[in-house]
Write a protein that binds this ligand. Structure first.
Ligand SMILES: [Zn+2]
Ligand SMILES: [Zn+2]
Length: 280
């Protein structure tokens, strides 16, 4: 039995083809104790394209996440009926770029159909997603400085339950582009961010997708996870960030061991924005 997978996608996310039924079947095979579907809702492109009076920047620039929101809430309600009652199903969302409109983010957070919100930062204002950037042309220090300062701003708002993959840019900068990053330069900024999360009774996730990617480590890695714990952080969810059934539960067992070794004696999942703890 796996404890949980609290970060997963279906084809409602533009970067996934996964059918909900196939994901639910896999969740049952894995005997997950808790399973969240958290499709992408990007707030920087929440409204239809006409609202922004702009052209898509590339073929993966999608608008009108407002309609995906409704699809997602509807699908999350369906998911429950596809699962046996041993699995705690969590109606979630991955809220990207809440900094684009904090007022909207806070009101979406209060949608009664939701149990759980992961706040994520995938791109900086006026930049493409970190996935698309050419790191030979970018100043990675400038990017990371801005990334962590926006993350700090997000950590102070009441629009999420956990911060998602807090070291996301490293997936591409350190992993795919192979550029060495001295993360200790940003340790103070991350410590501020963790303190704010803790003071606001929120948490972070251990995103295990990095284990199956070139980066080879989760987001965040052991050092930062320990920092969060040492600062008093106890709210920690585990998520694979699976975009297909084969990846569901990926790295969760390894992440559970890592959490234990970093001083966590429990992890949690969320229902109605309340943490439910599971002892390790
Ligand atoms: Zn993400
Ligand atoms: Zn995700």
């Amino acid at each position: 039995m796996l404890l949980m997978d609290c970060h997963t996608h279906t084809k409602i996310s533009p970067d996934s083809d996964a059918e909900l039924s196939a994901m639910c079947r896999k969740a049952q095979e894995l005997d997950l104790q808790a399973y969240a579907v958290t499709d992408h809702i990007e707030l920087c492109r929440y409204y239809p394209q006409g609202y922004y009076q702009t052209e898509p920047r590339n073929e993966e620039d999608f608008f009108d996440y407002a309609s995906r929101w409704e699809q997602s809430m509807h699908q999350n309600q369906l998911a429950k009926s596809l699962l046996n009652d041993k699995i705690n199903f969590i109606s979630g969302i991955e809220l990207g770029e809440p900094n684009a409109d904090f007022g909207l983010a806070e009101s979406l957070y209060r949608d009664k159909r939701l149990d759980f919100v992961i706040a994520s930062l995938h791109e900086l204002p006026d930049k493409l997603d970190f996935y698309f950037l050419d790191y030979q042309q970018e100043d990675t220090d400038v990017l990371l400085e801005e990334y962590f300062s926006i993350l700090l701003e997000i950590s102070r708002k009441d629009c999420f339950d956990v911060l998602g993959h807090v070291t996301y840019p490293l997936r591409y900068i350190a992993g795919d582009a192979g550029i060495a990053i001295n993360i200790s330069k940003y340790r103070e900024m991350l410590a501020e961010c963790f303190k704010s999360v803790i003071a606001n009774h929120k948490g972070i996730e251990l995103n295990t997708s990095g284990y199956r990617q070139k980066y080879g480590k989760p987001f965040p890695d052991a050092d930062l996870l320990k920092l969060y714990r040492d600062l008093g952080g106890t709210i920690l969810t585990l998520g694979s960030d699976a975009h297909k059934p084969e990846d569901l539960g990926g790295g969760i067992a390894q992440g559970t061991e890592l959490a234990k070794s970093c001083g966590f004696d429990k992890v949690c999942y969320f229902l109605r924005h309340e943490p439910y703890f599971i002892n390790l």
